[in-house]
Each structure stands twice: as C-alpha cells, then as structure tokens.
Design a protein around this ligand. Structure first.
Ligand SMILES: Nc1ncnc2c1ncn2[C@@H]1O[C@H](COP(=O)(O)OP(=O)(O)O)[C@@H](O)[C@H]1O
Ligand SMILES: [Mg+2]
Length: 264
C-alpha cells in the first residue's frame, strides 16, 4: 500500500465529534458488559477512561474501534452513522481511528524503520519497497512526532534495544503516522517502571499537540488525571460520571472510585 508522504500532519476539519456512541449495549451471553453508553470523543481532546477491573473499559474501546460489534445502539464517526453490519477494524483504520495494542504489535528483531511500515509498505513505481523513503519518514516520526531526540536511538536500532516506555512511543508514533484523528490506548503503562511511565505520558501529550484526539485507558488515577482533558468513569458497564480534571483533585477522584466499588 502506498503512503502519503506527510507524517504527523494535523487532521482535516469539518466535523464535531470523531466518534459518538449512542445507546450502545454489549452482551457477552448473559453478561451485560456495556449498558446504554452515550459517549462522544471530540476533536483534539484526551479522554481518560477509568473504572474498576471488569467495568467495561476494554469492551467499550473494542466496540468503538470495530473489534467487537455492539449488541445494539448506534456509532457515529465524524458525525455520520456507521452501518454496524460493515463496521470493522479495517474500516476504523480507513476512517483514521488507530488503536495501539500492548507491545505485541512490534517486531522485536526488526529495525525501527521497518516497524513503522509493517503491512503498509511504501513502494516505488517499480513495485519495490522504497527503503530510503521509509527511513526518512521513520526518522521524521522519531524526531518530530514522538521526540526521541538525543537518546541514542536511530531508525536502525532494533525494538529489542528499547525500554518498555520507548516501545510504546514507537507504537504511538506509528499510529500518528497513519493520519489518524483518534488514537486509542488501552493501559499502555501496565508493567512499566515509573520513569518509563513518564515517557508514555509525554507521548500522550504529543498526540494532543499534533492535533489528534486520544482515548486513554489508565488504572493509575494520578497519571490519567495529569494528561486528560476529560475523565469518563465506567462502573459495571455504565458511564457514571464525566469529570473535568480541574474540577476534581486526584484524592477526591480516588475517593469517588472507592465509593463506587463499595456500592457493588
Ligand atoms: N470476550 C469476552 N467474553 C465474555 N465476557 C467478556 C469478554 N470480554 C469481556 N468480558 C466481560 O465483560 C466485562 C467487561 O470487561 P472489560 O471490558 O475487559 O473490562 P475492563 O477493561 O474495564 O477491565 C467483564 O465482566 C468481562 O469478564
Ligand atoms: Mg481492560
């Protein structure tokens, strides 16, 4: 597949919400995993999705990104209703919605530049992979999209040489490259040391700076409170609160979530 040359360009205007869910229900057999979800993701906002284990966070983003079909309800992308019979991961990609899956999406032994183009090679007019151009784009992603300046990593480094946080950066940089309007992250900091978590938070900020939106699932409330523009709290499949971080301290937020758990 041929790529457009401009890495990390700001997405086009002309719509209000990137994604909107209306009355979404999801059942797994008798488990009611999502209950009457109404949720919009606006342009260029970081939405932190929080809630207890099993609250439905992963299911929600899977429905949003075409991995799982909702049992009922409606999905709008850029304000247009999606035909749910057709909605798929493929279509979500085509509509500029990218999901970063935990590390497994990177090829350990391959240089970084190859990792940016897995499955989406740039070919020249003879049909050969344009290595020079891919390296140049990869370098632009490293330096400009995710800011790997002066840390001893080049496009020829392998994934195996990277720390956990840096790997997340590569995966996020790759998602940014595909002209995405929305990047979805499901617990990207799981199992990372504190220093590595800081890096990931920095990458999340870069998503926003680049003009994109981000849905960020994070179990550490202090971290998500720090980077999100809006926090959406899920409890047993329902959206129970939408909070602006400036209106609620981390400790008040923690209390709130503990109280929800107590009510179970
Ligand atoms: N593929 C599945 N099959 C059956 N039940 C599932 C499946 N995925 C999730 N669930 C159930 O749906 C509920 C929500 O899970 P999940 O979305 O993974 O929560 P979270 O990401 O907030 O921890 C849980 O009760 C979970 O056991
Ligand atoms: Mg989950």
């Amino acid at each position: 597949m041929t790529e457009t040359p401009d890495a990390a360009v700001a997405p086009a205007a002309g719509f209000r919400d990137i994604v909107r869910l209306e009355g979404v229900q999801k059942y797994f057999g008798s488990i009611h995993a999502l209950r009457d979800i109404d949720l919009s993701i606006g342009r260029n906002e970081i939405v932190g999705l929080i809630g207890d284990n099993g609250a439905g966070k992963s299911t929600l983003i899977k429905v949003m990104t075409g991995v799982l079909a909702p049992t009922s309800g409606r999905i709008f992308i850029r304000d247009r209703a999606v035909d749910l019979g057709d909605y798929s991961v493929r279509m979500a990609h085509d509509l500029a919605i990218e999901t970063v899956y935990q590390d497994k999406s990177l090829a350990e032994k391959q240089p970084l530049w190859r990792n940016f183009f897995v499955g989406r090679q740039i070919t020249n007019r003879f049909g050969f992979i344009d290595i020079k151009r891919q390296k140049k784009i990869a370098e632009d992603i490293l330096l400009n999209s995710i800011g790997f300046r002066g840390v001893g990593i080049t496009v020829d480094s392998t994934v195996a040489q990277l720390s956990g946080g840096e790997r997340q950066g590569i995966a996020i940089g790759r998602a940014m490259h595909y002209n995405s309007d929305l990047i979805v992250l499901d617990e990207p900091t799981v199992a990372l040391a504190v220093k590595e978590v800081r890096k990931v938070l920095d990458f999340v900020r870069r998503i926003k700076e680049s003009g994109r939106a981000c849905v960020y699932i994070e179990h550490n409330l202090a971290h998500v409170h720090e980077v999100a523009d809006r926090l959406v709290v899920l409890d047993r499949g329902r959206v129970v609160a939408e909070i602006a971080p400036r209106d609620m301290s981390v400790s008040a937020l923690t209390e709130f979530l503990i109280d929800l758990q107590k009510a179970h």
